[in-house]
Design a protein around this ligand. Structure first.
Ligand SMILES: [Zn+2]
Length: 100
């Protein structure tokens, strides 16, 4: 989304500056520079869009690891005597030795 937005800015900026340059540079010099500013803004939007996407990607990885840890929680159980967390297939508590 951000990428398309940036490209639109660049396209409009290029169009405005080239158009004002071709038609009458002396008269439309303000539009020429305004177009250049648009191109600049578009490039900045593209760069920030890429940074944002990179950030969201790391967020996805964090989400996956949290899901994995939630999934792992199913393989653990608590000792009914001392509350120690132990693996599902453990028959005796590693802390207090109670049979589970
Ligand atoms: Zn225990």
């Amino acid at each position: 989304m951000a990428k398309i937005h940036g490209l639109v800015y660049i396209a409009v900026g290029l169009f405005v500056s080239i158009f004002s340059w071709k038609v009458n540079y002396e008269k439309f010099v303000f539009f020429f520079y305004a177009g250049l500013v648009f191109v600049f803004v578009g490039v900045m939007k593209l760069i920030f869009g890429l940074i944002k996407r990179k950030m969201s990607k790391t967020g996805e990885v964090q989400h996956i690891t949290s899901v994995q840890s939630q999934h792992q929680a199913h393989h653990y159980k608590r000792c009914h005597k001392c509350g120690n967390i132990m693996k599902m297939h453990d028959r005796f508590c590693s802390r207090c030795g109670a049979k589970v």
